[in-house]
Design a protein. Structure first.
Length: 45
């Protein structure tokens, strides 16, 4: 991850990911315990 390479103590956010050319979509991910919130990433060309 870019933050690790730069030695930063920060977590990536969806707005950070979009600046690297990805489209971010909120999704519900099914699990054995129900559904959890997540993200779907799509590379923008």
């Amino acid at each position: 991850m870019i933050y690790d390479e730069l030695g930063l103590k920060k977590k990536a956010k969806a707005t950070d990911i979009t600046s690297f050319g990805y489209e971010v979509k909120d999704v519900k991910i099914p699990t054995n315990d129900g559904r959890v919130n997540g993200f779907e990433l799509k590379l923008i060309r």
